[in-house]
Design a protein around this ligand. Structure first.
Ligand SMILES: [Cu+2]
Length: 119
């Protein structure tokens, strides 16, 4: 009787888990495609590294590690208006959901440029 109860219990658990299998497959599949975070540091008026390659869905985080200089990250193809400056210790981020080569610059320092290639 006890064994039978156990068996039923096991069966119930299996049934319970069975309903999760599609979800698990989705999670497994999406974890392969799971988005990464890629950091670009901003130091001495430069994006480091200036040219990066990421995958679709990844997020790029620009970290201002200057002592006192503010910057911004301006993708003119996305924003006609200049984005806000961010200060030492602050960061800016953007998620890339489309493939392509995206160029950007720093509004106050147009010589500071970089590219994000999304593949
Ligand atoms: Cu700048």
């Amino acid at each position: 009787m006890y064994a039978m109860a156990m068996q039923m219990r096991v069966k119930n658990i299996n049934v319970k888990y069975a309903s999760f299998i599609p979800l698990l497959l989705v999670l497994t599949f999406s974890s392969k495609l799971s988005a990464k975070e890629v950091v670009v540091e901003i130091y001495k008026k430069a994006f480091i590294p200036a040219d990066i390659r990421v995958e679709k869905g990844d997020t790029v985080i620009w970290k201002n590690i200057e002592k006192r200089q503010y910057h911004n990250v301006w993708f003119k193809q996305f924003n006609t208006e200049e984005p806000d400056y961010f200060f030492p210790g602050e960061s800016y981020q953007r998620t890339f959901n489309d493939t392509g080569v995206f160029v950007y610059e720093c509004g106050p320092h147009p010589k500071m440029t970089g590219t994000v290639t999304v593949q």
